[in-house]
Ligand binder design. Sequence first.
Ligand SMILES: [Zn+2]
Length: 117
Amino acid sequence: MTTKPAMAKLLTQLSLLRFFPSQPEMRQALADYIEQFANTDEELDWLGKEMIRLYREWPSVAELRALFCSKFQPKDGLNNLPTCAACGEPITPYHAMVDGLHGECWLKRKGVQVELD
Ligand SMILES: [Zn+2]
């Protein structure tokens, strides 16, 4: 269960992102959408913090859900993360994606050695 104050706090955090919709009816539609997949207030809290850490501008509802699904199991069971065609792992918003592959997997395919610390 999520509560109204936690949802209101999330929408306020998201409003810090440039181009976040300002009309109340659009915010309500977004709250209804988030309700479909979020399970708890703790998840809403995490989502708000991560969104403003990762993004400067409002990306899209699909991106919001993908970020959520990279960490939590969605209540409605609809995980919309794309899958990498090279390694079969999900591509989360934390990965660079190139041609439907993880950036690293794309580089490996091209024969480029990736050095990671
Ligand atoms: Zn991959």
